[in-house]
Design a protein around this ligand. Structure first.
Ligand SMILES: Nc1nc2[nH]cc(C(=O)O)c2c(=O)[nH]1
Ligand code: SF4
Ligand SMILES: [Mg+2]
Length: 204
């Protein structure tokens, strides 16, 4: 039987990026190939679930939108089996990934979050197309160059910077200053702000 390691499945609103506010069922897969110091997800607390069990839970909710997140979903080799089933049931599927793996073609909306902290992992990007790129802001002299490099290498419809939360504080000022520098030419500005609004709204 096909099993998946699942941290949680819940219904909420997309808190971040271009689809902010979209009602969706979140499927959070276990494990990650990175270990970001500010990671806000306990991705190693999971349970093994059969494909049918996941479908049963998903179908109890109202929404026809799914957000696959983690952890890092692309490290799950059997993920295409789950996605196929969800597509057969006409779900719209968005995926959150750190960009180190290849994203399955069943995905309708790809949000990639390459991590500056692991910039040495991103010389050759496996996934070089996305609907949106969303980078968590770090205070470092090379951060802007990293964003510009990602903008060159990942063709996306939207580019976002997202404040980093550490010790219950968001680095909003650094984020604003970085946005200002990335968009300094005042024409063809690409970079927008993405907040983790679910944290501000106290929802999951
Ligand atoms: N509401 C809400 N939106 C989200 N968008 C991406 C999330 C994630 O943890 O990947 C997330 C999350 O955890 N909650
Ligand atoms: S890539 Fe995402 S899930 Fe993985 S450690 Fe970093 S913030 Fe956490
Ligand atoms: Mg989250």
């Amino acid at each position: 039987m096909t099993q998946f390691n699942i941290v949680e499945i819940f219904e909420s609103l997309q808190g971040e990026g271009y689809n902010t506010g979209m009602p969706a069922i979140f499927i959070r897969l276990a494990a990650c190939n990175l270990k970001c110091p500010w990671c806000d997800t306990d991705f190693m607390r999971y349970q093994s679930m059969s494909l049918q069990h996941i479908l049963d839970i998903v179908q109890q909710y109202q929404s026809k939108n799914i957000i696959i997140t983690g952890g890092e979903p692309t490290i799950h080799k059997k993920l295409p089996l789950l996605l196929q089933k969800l597509k057969q049931k006409n779900y719209y599927i968005a995926l959150e990934s750190n960009g180190l793996g290849i994203v399955d073609p069943h995905i309708d909306y790809i949000a990639l979050s390459p991590k500056f902290h692991y910039r040495q992992h991103y010389p050759f990007l496996a996934q070089n197309r996305a609907d949106e790129v969303r980078i968590v802001v770090e205070d470092h002299p090379e951060f802007i160059a990293f964003c510009q490099k990602i903008e060159q290498h990942i063709l996306a419809r939207h580019y976002f910077l997202s404040p980093c939360e550490q010790n219950n504080q968001f680095n909003i000022l650094t984020t604003l200053q970085t946005l200002g520098k990335l968009n300094q030419h005042r024409y063809n500005n690409k970079w927008l702000l993405s907040l983790q609004t679910h944290k501000l709204a106290n929802i999951e």
